[in-house]
Write a protein that binds this ligand. Structure first.
Ligand SMILES: C[S@@+](CC[C@H](N)C(=O)[O-])C[C@H]1O[C@@H](n2cnc3c(N)ncnc32)[C@H](O)[C@@H]1O
Length: 385
């Protein structure tokens, strides 16, 4: 037998093929990250099952039922592989179930996008928030040296699994089980912080634990689940500033920033008027982001006959309905949610309705946080404290 010829489905060949594909589509430009993709065995970070979306349900795919070739193909695809839904590991699921993903192995191109955006390089000290399966922590450990990486996972069971898998794959970064929103001050200051879960506001600890001139790369999201990727650079005054990239990517919210449960929604009659914007506009990625900035404690539901906004804090609601060739809106409760959202959308439109790459963010030295269009003097919104 000629042992030089690798079977087409061996993990090393699949890793090389993945690296080639990522390089070809422009996701992988840095040789150090290419070496990481070619070395880190993603299949060893997935355990024995992952979930696949099937309509509104999550269907477990068990390694021992797919066959090894199909499993490895899946592991080395540029796909997010959901490993946990509402706290249940895929390995423990016997059939399709409803719910929302609570952990996953992020698609490799997205990890690379964030890591390369953050500018981390060999010997940088990195705080990685959201260890998840451990795969992305292994990649960054490969590039900067595991001794320079601190990785935090909120869920103790996931943290334990990730630790075992990282150690088995030969990586020994500092692993912390806890709330990444508090950072980990024992290993601060960091040159860079990268979050693979989204936040509603930048936590104070992140501002304190990243050095001046260091970077903080995260998705900013909220209760409408609109999302924007940003890299902030810390300044000497204790503030930070940066621009959104315009990437259309999203992560699950950091668990303490998740939307609280709300009672079943019933439409209530309220003040009624003609809407000045077409509610369908809220289907647009950036418009939805603007709406979320304007009503940060509200949830958005898209219905076949219009949009619904419900404020989680006050129960205020707004809902639209078609009326001839226009739209009417009903607003009920202490907050006029539609007024807030509509005004913001009109300001965005007056600025030329730019996409997210025209947006930026400032964290002031007193830690107030503002998202703006074009420049800090442009239309702006304060993030929730
Ligand atoms: C998208 S997954 C990260 C996947 C990881 N990049 C990988 O490739 O395996 C997000 C992870 O963030 C974790 N998480 C959520 N909130 C967190 C928090 N406050 N602190 C630390 N981890 C958190 C979740 O439990 C989940 O495992």
């Amino acid at each position: 037998m000629n042992t030089d010829i690798e079977p087409p489905n061996d993990p090393a060949s699949l890793r090389r093929a993945l690296a080639d594909a990522l390089a070809a589509n422009g996701s992988l430009t840095d040789p150090a990250w290419r070496a990481a993709v070619e070395s880190v065995p993603r299949h060893r970070f997935l355990g024995t099952a992952v979930f696949r979306q099937s309509g509104t349900l999550w269907e477990p795919i068990h390694r021992n039922r797919t066959g090894e070739d199909a499993w490895l193909q899946l592991a080395y695809s540029d796909e997010t592989l959901v490993t946990q839904v509402d706290g249940l590991e895929a390995a423990d699921a016997s059939g399709p179930l409803p719910g929302r993903p609570t952990s996953s192995s992020t698609l490799p191109s997205l990890i690379l996008r964030m890591a390369q955006l953050s500018g981390v390089a060999e010997n940088d000290r990195v705080l990685w928030v959201g260890t998840g399966t451990g795969y992305s922590t292994a990649l960054v450990s490969h590039v900067v040296g595991a001794e320079n990486v601190t990785s935090i996972e909120y869920d103790p069971e996931l943290a334990q699994l990730a630790a075992e898998r990282l150690h088995r794959a030969g990586y020994r970064p500092h692993l912390v089980t806890g709330d990444g929103l508090h950072g980990h001050k024992d290993n601060a200051p960091y040159d860079a912080l990268v979050a693979t879960c989204a936040v509603r506001t930048i936590p104070v600890s992140w501002m304190r634990q990243v050095r001046d001139g260091g970077t903080l790369t995260t998705t900013l999201s909220g209760w409408m689940l609109a999302s924007g990727l940003i890299r902030l650079t810390l300044d000497e005054d204790g503030g930070a500033t940066g621009r959104f990239t315009g990437d259309r990517i999203s992560f699950m919210l950091a668990r303490p920033h998740e939307r609280p449960p709300r009672p079943t929604f019933f439409r209530r009659e309220g003040d009624r008027r003609r809407s000045r914007v077409d509610p369908g506009l809220l289907g647009d990625w950036t418009a939805q982001f603007v709406a979320q900035l304007a009503a940060p404690s509200a949830e958005l539901m898209a219905m076949s006959d219009g949009m619904i906004l419900v404020d989680t804090a006050t129960g205020s609601q707004a809902w639209t309905e078609p009326s001839g060739d226009a739209w009417e809106v009903h607003q009920h409760g202490p907050l006029n949610l539609w007024d807030q959202v509509e005004n913001a959308l009109l300001r965005w439109q007056e600025s030329g309705a730019p996409d997210q790459s025209a947006f930026g963010m400032t964290v002031a030295p007193d830690l107030t946080q503002t998202v703006w269009i074009n420049s800090p003097d442009g239309p702006s919104w304060r993030l929730p404290a």
